[in-house]
Design a protein around this ligand. Structure first.
Ligand code: HEM
Length: 181
């Protein structure tokens, strides 16, 4: 596959099926979001203490905001073609804006990979009884869609320049995950 194909989410993004979207909605209803956010940030700071300085001291509100975005994304998946669900077009720009805010706070593209992997790990750990492979896979896809939207401005920059290799590599690795499975 050519570089251009890899870098263009509209062409290469693996979409969700309606049963995956339903699995996500059901899973969301079963989550203890406060406990999830708390363990997520606690583990993040333990394993990657270097990121802690970017965060405020009151993490409770941020946890609520983070979970609200997941909820928004999951309930906004839209059927683009038969049984092919992806992020609603109207959400892409706000998610890009959220991504820009993150960039301004010092969040790097590779932090998204770390955060997504960690989130999945804790989701599975806290929801052993309900997390079937399908539920896990659906979360993984949803987080990838969200991340690609948040980084999509970077992606344009990444495709335009060859000097910013970290950015490009991170985006490629995320896209590879999206396409590869
Ligand atoms: C999965 C994708 C992510 C989502 C949906 C998300 C969501 C959010 C939201 C909604 C806010 C609050 C923005 C506001 O108050 O206006 C926020 C702030 C923030 N996020 Fe994220 N985030 C994500 C990934 C990350 C990653 C990977 C990091 C870094 C490891 C990060 C670090 C931060 C920081 C430092 C703030 C600012 C907190 C503050 O100063 O109040 N986020 N995030």
């Amino acid at each position: 596959m050519g570089k251009k194909g890899i870098l263009h989410p509209k062409i290469t993004m693996k979409n969700l099926t309606s049963s995956q979207v339903e699995a996500l909605k059901k899973s969301l209803r079963q989550l203890e979001t406060e406990r999830l956010a708390a363990e997520f940030y606690e583990t993040l700071f333990k394993r990657y203490p270097q990121v802690k300085a970017m965060f405020p001291t009151d993490m409770k509100e941020l946890g609520i905001k983070l979970m609200s975005v997941f909820e928004l994304v999951i309930y906004s998946f839209e059927e683009k073609s038969h049984n092919q669900f992806s992020l609603q077009d109207t959400l892409v720009r706000p998610m890009q804006e959220l991504g820009k805010q993150h960039e301004a706070k010092g969040v790097l593209p590779e932090h998204y990979t770390i955060a997504n992997d960690l989130l999945l790990e804790i989701l599975v750990k806290q929801n052993k009884n309900t997390f079937t492979e399908e539920v896990e896979k659906s979360w993984e896809l949803a987080l990838q869609h969200l991340t690609v939207a948040m980084l999509s401005r970077n992606k344009e920059r990444a495709s335009a320049t060859t000097t910013d290799s970290t950015l490009r590599d991170t985006f490629h690795s995320i896209m590879k995950k999206v396409i590869g499975k």
